[in-house]
Design a protein around this ligand. Structure first.
Ligand code: DQA
Length: 145
């Protein structure tokens, strides 16, 4: 069984993108950390990143249709604050989602205080940096089945 790790726009630039906000770990580091945490639970990961909202919708639909998928660790990045389409994809598929943010959006600009994902997320982890992804994997793995 496996966990899908889905990262949204601009997260391909992790490591060099506003390091004071997002840290210096790269997306590859994030994905390696998720794989390590998943392996500790006997699970695999499949990791995807896209800057395109529709590709993220596709990935959620695919995850929801795959019985081997335990759930999705989702950092929808800026689409968190705008995307009814991602909200609807989670609702439509019933896929388990843990919402993750590297930073704590609630401590930032007001436009980051709204999340379209939170109402359908099983758990929300924000402000814990890269470790937050590991906590999300731990949550999904330890509540599987
Ligand atoms: C983010 C927070 C969002 O507000 C922002 O648009 C991102 C990254 C985070 O991980 O802290 O791109 O999701």
């Amino acid at each position: 069984r496996r966990i899908v790790v889905l990262n949204g726009p601009n997260l391909n630039l992790l490591g060099t993108r506003e390091p004071d906000v997002y840290g210096t770990d790269t997306l590859a580091d994030v994905e390696a950390w998720c794989a390590q945490r998943a392996a500790a639970h006997g699970l695999e990961v499949s990791c995807r990143q896209s800057n395109h909202e529709g590709a993220l919708v596709d990935a959620l639909q695919e995850a929801g249709a795959d019985p081997e998928v335990v759930g999705v660790v989702l950092n929808a990045a800026a689409y968190t604050h705008t995307s009814v389409a991602l909200l609807d994809a989670v609702k439509a598929t019933g896929v388990r989602v843990v919402e993750v943010h590297l930073s704590n959006p609630h401590a930032r600009e007001p436009f980051r205080h709204t999340s379209y994902i939170s109402p359908v997320a099983e758990a929300v982890i924000a402000g814990a940096g890269v470790r937050g992804y590991g906590y999300a994997v731990d949550h999904l793995a330890s509540t599987d089945g």
